[in-house]
Ligand binder design. Structure first.
Ligand code: HEC
Length: 156
């Protein structure tokens, strides 16, 4: 009886340790928080298409790194503010951190980027299928999965 309890206890301890380790190394879309201070950064490009207007923001540090020919730095957040018919519609955000993305198979993984969609009130849009973000940004692998990479280079 005693032995069973010891074995059960050891099992429980092992489980807690393993869970803690897994938790530490696994970033996910939940790691991407709404970037409250995005507008302190640089509005580096605006895209207009029909009734749609997008303002795309990132930090000065990221713009400077890209202009200098360096890789996009860890900690980069890119915020796309999406307007429809002149009204705020939603935000989509991508964030890069050293070590992120390691849990994904190669056919899904986009380097160290994670993606998240937010409603106009800045809450997470839980209905959004984030697989589509990965898939549609994947063809831009040669420019670190950023569509508007050239615009970063020519930003002020
Ligand atoms: C159908 C393809 C497609 C899907 C799906 C998509 N994107 Fe994009 N994304 C683009 C394109 C193209 C741009 C460049 C701006 C433009 O032309 O509208 C872009 C731009 C961005 C940018 C600005 C940085 C950059 O790469 O230029 C962010 C941030 C972004 N998308 C996040 C997301 C997130 C988060 C999702 C999922 C919720 C997502 N995207 C889904 C095609 C896509």
């Amino acid at each position: 009886m005693k032995r069973i309890i010891v074995v059960a206890l050891l099992g429980a301890v092992w489980f807690v340790v393993a869970a803690a380790v897994a938790w530490q190394v696994q970033a996910s879309a939940d790691s991407v928080r709404f970037p409250d201070n995005f507008a302190d950064g640089v509005l580096y490009t605006t895209v207009t298409r029909g009734n749609l207007k997008e303002e795309i923001w990132t930090s000065r540090a990221t713009i400077d790194a890209v202009k200098a020919g360096h890789p996009i730095p860890s900690g980069t957040v890119i915020t796309l503010v999406d307007f429809r018919d002149g009204k705020l519609f939603r935000y989509v955000v991508m964030e890069k951190r050293a070590g992120w993305g390691g849990q994904y198979p190669p056919d899904r993984r986009n380097g160290e980027w994670e993606y998240q969609a937010f409603n106009a009130d800045r809450t997470v849009n839980t209905a959004k299928n984030l697989d589509r973000c990965f898939a549609c940004h994947k063809p831009r692998a040669a420019q670190d999965f950023v569509h508007t990479f050239e615009q970063m280079k020519t930003a002020n």
